[in-house]
Write a protein that binds this ligand. Structure first.
Ligand code: ADP
Ligand code: MG
Length: 400
């Protein structure tokens, strides 16, 4: 994969695909406010490196899922404003994606300037299933620039005009963020130091089946918590009360448990749980053994003995991949399992990787020191697809 260091960028127009799909809230006065600028921060090293080398940086990104073309609600204006603050220079927002507004803004650039094109999904061709249609938009984007840099890790699993098609039309390279993400996932997928421990949680087994299947052949230990553990407990014959359960996955999970035994992978499940009478922070709740869940109770977090067990099985790891919270961390009474596991991971002496949007959000919400992890992925969907062992089109295109 070429990196930006391999590109000649001085005085040239560099089109950079970034992931600026940030969460927004609308304030009482109608203005929109970015509630978490993590994705903008993550793009700064590449933008700054290109500017330092005298490039003219043209950023292309999407926000949300616009249905009928341009709308003020999904304009990238708040992102341009925040970027201007962070970079200490005015970032001009082009009034359109690839037409006169874009050409005008780019035509007025000097070396070191930054222009942000308007939300690329305002143009329906961006996400078209038809390569010829996407190709038209890609050609318009390519005409604005001399080289292309892919730095939106959150979109590299998509076959889209500004992700893959445009890369085929211009000299291209991976930006610093995409490069760092690709290297970390390549390491944990092909050459992990051992013991190698994977911790999976979150809501559904069915969302993560591909990940479990792919990683089972590589890991030494698999720890399962979160909503998905109840399908494992049910597969072992336990009653799970009204906990989250995917009945249609029980047979599949029985197969995974058998496979883990065969592969001599240590499968670690909760030994106790925090159960509640309703999916609510105010509901009555208590701690029970994993095989003693009564009808009418639902498991919303792993229990204190499970926290100790999980932390103990994480402590000597040399590689850790964590995807999916251990409980309903959004509600304080059910956040301790996720806190304990996250904290245990920060104490590991080795490569520690957090994948999954909610897991990264949990780290921030619970106030856990982000510098305690080797890598917190910026791409939920992309990181899951990599862990499933898939080839991502937005990465493959950079290899050519
Ligand atoms: P990620 O985005 O990190 O991949 P997921 O999207 O799979 O994670 O799952 C996150 C969600 O799982 C959280 O909103 C959390 O509340 C929920 N969750 C965790 N444990 C449970 C549980 N025991 N019951 C219901 N939901 C749960
Ligand atoms: Mg999620």
């Amino acid at each position: 994969m070429q990196t930006i260091d391999d590109l000649d960028v001085a005085g040239r127009r560099v089109l950079v695909r970034t992931d600026f799909n940030v969460p927004l809230e609308t304030l009482a006065d109608g203005t929109r406010h970015i509630t978490d600028d993590g994705r903008i921060q993550a793009a700064l090293p590449t933008i700054q490196a290109l500017r330092d080398r005298g490039a003219r940086v043209i950023l292309v990104a999407h926000l949300g899922r616009p249905k009928d073309g341009p709308s003020s609600e999904l304009s990238l204006a708040p992102v341009a404003a925040r970027l201007s603050e962070l970079l200490g220079t005015t970032v001009v927002l082009a009034t359109d994606v690839s037409r006169d507004g874009a050409a005008h803004a780019v035509g007025a650039m000097h070396d070191g300037d930054v222009v942000l094109l308007e939300n690329v999904r305002f143009d329906a061709r961006e996400t078209s299933k038809d390569p010829a249609v996407r190709g038209e938009l890609a050609r318009e984007l390519a005409a604005l620039a001399d080289v292309f840099v892919s730095d939106g890790f959150g979109v590299v699993h998509r076959e889209q005009a500004s992700v893959t098609d445009v890369a085929r039309l211009l000299p291209h390279a991976a930006g610093k963020l995409v490069l760092a993400e690709a290297l970390v996932f390549s390491k944990v997928l092909t050459d992990p130091d051992r013991p190698y421990v994977v911790i999976l949680g979150g809501s559904k087994v069915s969302d993560k089946l591909g990940v479990i299947t792919n990683l089972l052949t590589k890991v030494d230990r698999l720890i399962v918590g979160g909503g998905m553990c109840f399908t494992f407990l049910a597969a072992m014959g336990y009653n799970v009360g009204s906990s989250l359960l995917e009945v249609d996955q029980i047979e599949t999970v029985k197969g995974l448990i058998a496979q883990a035994t065969e592969l001599e992978v240590e499968l670690i499940l909760p030994v106790d749980l925090v159960v509640a009478t309703a999916f609510s922070a105010d509901a009555q709740h208590k701690i029970v053994a994993a095989d003693k869940i009564q009808d009418g109770w639902m498991g919303l977090d792993i229990g204190p003995n499970s926290r100790l067990l999980f932390a103990e099985r994480i402590a000597d790891a040399r590689t850790v991949v964590w995807n999916g919270p251990m409980g309903v961390f959004e509600m304080a009474p059910y956040a301790e399992g996720t806190r304990a596991v996250a904290t245990a991971i920060t104490q590991v002496n080795g490569l520690t990787v957090v994948g999954g949007g909610d897991s990264a959000a949990a780290v921030r919400l619970l106030g856990i020191d982000e510098s305690g992890f080797s890598h917190i992925s910026t791409g939920g969907g992309a990181s899951l697809e990599l862990l499933e062992g898939r080839v991502l089109p937005g990465l493959a295109v950079l290899e050519g």
